[in-house]
Every structure is written in C-alpha cells, then in structure tokens.
Design a binder for this molecule. Structure first.
Ligand SMILES: [Zn+2]
Length: 133
C-alpha cells in the first residue's frame, strides 16, 4: 500500500438528517468497499484506521473450516493484543450486506467503540481496525 492509494474523503453533516456523511465526488473513485470502511469509522470519536486485505492464507484457513476467533485464542501473542471477532459468512464482494455484517462481527457499538479489532471474511479476506494509521 502506498500513499497514492489513499483516497481522502470529506465528512460533512447532512443538513436534512444532522448525521455525518461522506462527500464523494466523481473524480475521487474510492474503493467499492467504501461502506465497509465507513461502517467501522463513522462513529469513532478519534482517529481510526481500517485496513481490508485479501490475505490468501487467511481466506484459505477460513475456507478449510478454521474459526479464526477460536484459533487466535490458542496463541497468547495474538489474543493478548488483538481481539478477533467471529468470521463474516460468505457474502457478495462490494455489497452493502458484506459491509453491514462485517460491522456486526466487529460489533460496532452505538458510542462508536468496537468489541473486536479484526474479523475474517469467508472466501474474501480480512478487515482490521486500529487507532494509529
Ligand atoms: Zn475485499
């Protein structure tokens, strides 16, 4: 990942709803998985980074039937620093449903805090969240 891959989007307040929304212009061309990122960042009170990758080894592990949440619990250096949520079931790439269920598996609370830092996504990849980019 390189700096030129980062698409900076402005967050504005929708005057009709009072909610924070993304302002996306036609020239910006953000990822088709923008909603996955937005679901996880929208209500954060602080800087929050979301990284979504298509890590083939993790995709293969989930495909083979491994539950990442259970596996991570067996590795102290993972479970000590990382909260692994349940994996997202198979859902269409780029879909709003994938974005929404990913947020459910990370367990985004009403106050914007998260229960988990990372979740696997069946036949797709991994979505991880941290404070420091
Ligand atoms: Zn993806």
């Amino acid at each position: 990942m390189h700096p030129e891959h980062v698409v900076r989007l402005e967050i504005i307040i929708d005057p009709a709803t009072g909610l924070r929304v993304l302002k996306v212009t036609e020239l910006q061309k953000p990822s088709g998985e923008l909603w996955m990122h937005w679901n996880l960042q929208r209500d954060s009170k602080r800087t929050r980074t979301v990284v979504h990758v298509h890590a083939t080894h993790v995709v293969a592990a989930i495909y083979a039937g491994l539950a990442l949440q259970a596996v991570s619990a067996e590795f102290p250096e993972i479970s000590r620093y990382t909260r692994v949520g349940r994996s997202v079931p198979l859902l269409p790439a780029l879909s709003r449903e994938l974005a929404d269920v990913t947020a459910e598996c990370v367990n985004v609370r009403k106050d914007g805090t998260l229960e988990f830092d990372i979740v696997g996504q069946s036949n797709h990849g991994v979505c991880a969240v941290a404070m420091d980019p």
